[in-house]
Design a protein around this ligand. Structure first.
Ligand SMILES: Nc1ncnc2c1ncn2[C@@H]1O[C@H](COP(=O)(O)OP(=O)(O)OP(=O)(O)O)[C@@H](O)[C@H]1O
Ligand SMILES: [Mg+2]
Length: 301
């Protein structure tokens, strides 16, 4: 068990099951039990996954003073997550709507309200920083100043910049430059994932890099070993909704990497964890415990 500090986004996520993309126009639809609202967001998803996997976590985030914010606090408490770092500092809590079809494809509509212009108190971050073994710093604006703070304290940084297509991306450059463990998605890459890995390594010297390839699994690159290999996706149960797959892959990788120090083993476990997770509806649902994950990996080696 490790102490992991997570600074990241929280929102209220509403999932809507649809027949197919694109949507046909109907004035009214009745998807019985096809509409659900649960608390999610990168920070929440990763914190919940890592807690379920048995780690001590602290989540730092910003929510609203509205009823949705109260719902978030209630959900955190129900999940036994520490609420002291989640500050009701905005008028409104962020929300998202996720449409998903019968193949598990999803379309995300996210309303960030004014979170991107709000700072998180650096003294609270500093207080938790001394306690942690690893800082997970999501690519939301309020965690940006903490990249330097964590570096200065000598703490390893893990981050996910999600769908990216530019090495010099103004928004994500700081995160890519600071990360010891860096995740991203293949979805918008301008070249092959392998070519992209070389570019990222040359520019940022990234020690451990993982690119999520969706149904094709993930690509792992470890700079000091000059190692680069694709690992295929794993099948554990039918896919319901692929929302949050990348967060699950990330969390389980961090979990196993901290335990074993082996990036390959970590990615193998992460692929199993992600596969099981996408059998659930919400982004913060379907997480295995460490024991369940180990059993499932052993069953499908
Ligand atoms: N359609 C799918 N079929 C099988 N496995 C999938 C599928 N989508 C995702 N996965 C599993 O989940 C992992 C993470 O998904 P993915 O690569 O899409 O993450 P990402 O693009 O980085 O993030 P995001 O969650 O934003 O899509 C994949 O490596 C794979 O193991
Ligand atoms: Mg993806």
């Amino acid at each position: 068990m490790r102490n992991i500090l997570i600074c990241g986004h929280i929102n209220l996520e509403t999932t809507l099951r649809v027949d197919q993309f694109p949507l046909d126009y109907f004035p009214v639809c009745y998807p019985f039990f096809g509409v659900r609202s649960t608390v999610a967001g990168v920070g929440y998803n990763i914190t919940k996954a890592l807690t379920t996997l048995g780690h001590q976590t602290r989540l730092l985030s910003l929510i609203g003073q509205d009823t949705v914010g109260q719902l978030v606090q209630h959900s955190l408490a129900a999940d036994d997550l520490d609420t002291t770092g989640v500050l009701a500092a905005m008028p409104e809590t962020c929300q998202s709507v996720i449409l998903y079809d019968t193949d598990g494809r999803r379309q995300i509509h996210t309303d960030l309200k004014d979170v991107q212009s709000r700072p998180y108190p650096p003294d609270i971050f500093q207080q938790y920083l001394t306690w942690c073994d690893l800082a997970v710093l999501g690519n939301i604006n309020f965690s940006r100043p903490f990249l330097a703070q964590a570096k200065h304290a000598g703490k390893p940084i893990a981050t996910d910049v999600h769908a990216i297509n530019d090495l010099d991306d103004d928004y994500n450059r700081d995160y890519m430059a600071a990360a010891d463990i860096l995740f991203m998605s293949h979805e918008r890459l301008p070249c092959s994932p392998e070519e992209w890995v070389r570019k990222v390594q040359n520019r940022y010297g990234t020690a451990v890099l993982v690119i999520g390839l969706g149904a094709d699994g993930a690509l792992l690159a470890v700079k000091q070993d000059n190692f680069m290999e694709r690992l295929p996706a794993v099948y554990t149960r039918p896919i319901v909704n692929t929302i949050g797959a990348g967060d699950a892959l990330f969390a389980a990788f961090v979990h196993n990497y901290l335990q074993t120090g082996s990036p390959t083993t970590a990615l193998q476990h992460a692929l199993t964890f992600a596969s099981y997770k996408i059998g659930a509806v919400g982004a913060a649902e379907g997480f295995l415990t460490a024991v369940e994950l180990a059993e499932l990996v052993n069953r499908n080696p």
